[in-house]
Design a protein around this ligand. Structure first.
Ligand code: DMJ
Length: 649
């Protein structure tokens, strides 16, 4: 398919950038919800300077506000005034030159001038670019597919997944819009949720996807709108406005329908639920087995709901799954990717941290953090698992020695397959989060104890982050493939082997490092996935190393350059990200709005927006608060004693 980089998406490497910024900015808004009620004004209307005044104040810290003139002492105002007079005189004498200079460095000029040359980076400006990409995406969806669950931005069409729709994109995006302070869009979404969203539809839905995206989206909207009432503020006092518990009421209604999934003989949830009939259904394949990751990635959501409602049943059902999984005594803490809801036993022996396995590991450590480190058994399980990953899955590539996490497709006693789904790239960030609990590395060291294991885990996180970034650098568009293979030694090098990958990715097409990477023709698609920018966000917050922000910015530019749809159409997944121009796929995933753009936004935000030691983000990037279990909730199970396996494969 032929493809030209659309005019409305800027080339970030191009000297014509100022002009293109203007075009990009001006196309996005026209019929977005903001233009309707005037509170947001769209991209051009919320240009950089104007929008500064709309930037959120977190905990009364006006990050982006210039100091107020009204509060300045008189002497300072005089001095400024005097300085201004001098500048005006100079401008008068050097008129033409000065005019040109202003154009190059004012609102849009930062990308091509100082920031791009690396002299003075302005992360809030970069963050504003992310907001604009979000607005462009969401407004295209609003124009062409409002209320639909899917959005196909090239054909400008929507499609429902259920008879009346689930609000898939609207609900998944809601908390990103709250964080970005996009008030009128939140109001529009909220109206739709209040007036049009119903779960009273006879339709099978995925237990996991509906929980992480819809239940998670509603719960985090509830949390954020209470925790940060100045962000996208509600006007509930207005007559006819939806009530303040709208998100929680919808979440409760949905959860009551989803919770039937847990009513299996073992307590392991079935893969699907008919939400209209409150009826659970086993998966159609794998002998009715559920994906292990799916069964074990519902806990943060149902536990938070239990905390909010006081309904312990949600808690009990969610935690029971963890007990059943752990009773299988997985070797090295590594779980096969299927589990049978009838028996509670694993099905098959395929072990990977990619699809169907990934978020089991993620939710171990996040459950520990969610309840303020009161449930130490989840930390134990995480620690066992990470040791298992080192012993059985970590190896190094040839000849450059990148660190990878491979797969054991026929169990731990059989071959290591040197393959990483993009999904595995949640690991570097999650490992770092586990080490510090969300504190910065420096603060964690200061508070101590800082162990050799902590040091080694941070090292592993850094090395894996580097490899995940390499997966982007390897591709022609700078956007990673869905799956990357690697060249490894036979037998694979053990985790203890000396290794030192090159620090930089030489852009030469013949560069040595490229020999270590391999992308198969079937895997060249890019689905706008978040895992790498998710990890960059954690790595930046925890290590404070600016290179992670820089990598994120480079990745963001690749998305802008290669996935934008012409005529303000938003952004699309790619069928081939290894060609220039790329082959487009005509689909915008809801996690583009819920996760990928949210993580870019957070990566470029000040660190006390959603402080990492106070919250947990669910696997769909929906933030929930950490909490104490209190008198009602408690851990209802204990681990059976078992020997921890530390044998290297
Ligand atoms: C999201 O729905 C979640 O991040 C999930 O854990 C994995 N798949 C997608 C994004 O890639």
């Amino acid at each position: 398919m032929s493809f030209t980089v659309p005019r409305n998406a800027p080339s970030f490497n191009n000297p014509q950038r100022v002009v293109e910024d203007h075009i990009w900015g001006s196309t996005a808004v026209a019929r977005g919800p903001n233009s309707k009620n005037g509170s947001g004004g769209g991209i051009l209307g919320t240009g950089l300077f104007e929008n500064r005044n709309a930037l959120p104040m977190y905990k009364d810290k006006p990050y982006a506000y210039p100091p107020s003139h009204r509060r300045r002492p008189l002497w300072r105002r005089k001095r400024t005034f005097g300085f201004g007079l001098i500048v005006i005189s100079l401008l008068y004498y050097f008129g033409a030159f000065q005019k040109h200079h202003e154009t190059a460095t004012s609102s849009w000029g930062w990308l091509t001038s100082s920031s791009e040359s690396g002299k003075s980076k302005d992360w809030l400006h970069r963050r504003q670019r992310v907001v604009e990409a979000f607005e462009l995406s969401f407004d295209a969806y609003s124009r062409y597919a409002w209320g639909y669950d899917e959005f196909h931005p090239m054909s400008k069409k929507g499609r429902q997944m259920t008879p009346k729709g689930m609000g898939w994109i609207i609900v998944d995006s809601l908390d990103t819009m709250i964080l970005m302070n996009l008030t009128s869009r939140v109001t529009h979404a909220r109206e739709w949720i209040s007036n049009s969203l119903t779960y009273d539809q006879s339709q099978d839905v995925s237990t996991f996807e509906t929980t992480i995206r819809m239940l998670g989206g509603l719960l985090s909207a509830h949390y954020l709108s209470n925790e940060y009432p100045t962000l996208a503020p509600l006007s509930d006092d207005d007559e006819g406005a939806p009530g303040e518990d709208l998100y929680l009421e919808k979440a409760r209604d949905l959860a009551d329908r989803l919770v039937v999934a847990f009513d299996s003989p073992s307590g392991v949830p079935y893969a699907s639920v008919n939400i209209g009939e409150y009826k659970a259904l086993p998966a159609h394949d794998a002998g009715g087995a559920s994906s292990t990751a799916e069964a074990t990635t519902l806990q943060l959501e149902f536990k938070y709901l239990a905390k909010l409602t006081g309904e312990k049943d949600f808690w009990n059902k969610a935690e029971k799954v963890m007990e059943v999984v752990d009773n299988n005594a997985p070797k090295g803490g590594l779980v096969p990717i299927y589990i049978n809801p009838k028996t509670g036993e694993f099905h098959g022996s395929n072990i990977r941290l990619g699809s169907r396995g990934d978020s089991y590991y993620e939710y171990l450590i996040k459950q520990y953090l969610q309840t303020n480190k009161q449930e130490s058994l989840y930390l134990e399980m995480w620690d066992e698992t990470l040791q298992g990953v080192r012993d059985h899955l970590v190896t190094y590539t040839e000849p450059s020695k990148f660190t990878i996490i491979g797969e054991r497709q026929s169990g731990l006693d059989n071959l290591l397959t040197p393959k990483m789904d993009h999904l595995v790239c949640f690991m570097p960030g999650t490992i770092a989060l586990a080490v510090t609990g969300g504190l910065t590395e420096a603060e964690a060291k200061k508070r101590g104890p800082w162990t050799k294991k902590n040091e080694a885990d941070m090292q592993l996180a850094r090395e894996l982050m580097h490899t995940c970034w390499g997966m982007y650098k390897y591709m022609a568009t700078g956007l990673a493939a869905e799956i990357t293979y690697f060249n490894i030694a036979d037998p694979p090098l053990p985790e203890s082997a000396p290794h030192q990958a090159p620090a930089d990715f030489d852009p030469d097409p013949e560069a040595e490092w490229r020999k270590d990477f391999d992308v198969h023709a079937a895997d060249v698609h890019n689905l706008q996935r978040p895992e790498t920018v998710e990890s960059l966000f954690y790595m930046w917050r925890i290590t404070g190393e600016v290179k992670y922000r820089e990598w994120g910015w480079e990745m963001f530019k690749s998305f802008m350059n290669y996935t934008a749809v012409p005529d303000g159409g938003g952004f699309t997944s790619l069928s081939d990200a290894n060609k220039i121009p790329p082959v487009t796929r005509d689909n915008m995933e809801s996690f583009w709005l819920a996760e990928t753009l949210k993580y870019f936004y957070l990566l470029f935000s000040p660190n006390d927006l959603l402080p990492l030691d106070k919250i947990v983000l669910n696997t769909e990037a929906h933030p929930f608060p950490r909490f104490d279990m209190g008198p009602i909730l408690s851990t209802g199970w204990q681990r059976k004693p078992k020997t921890v396996d530390t044998t290297a494969a």
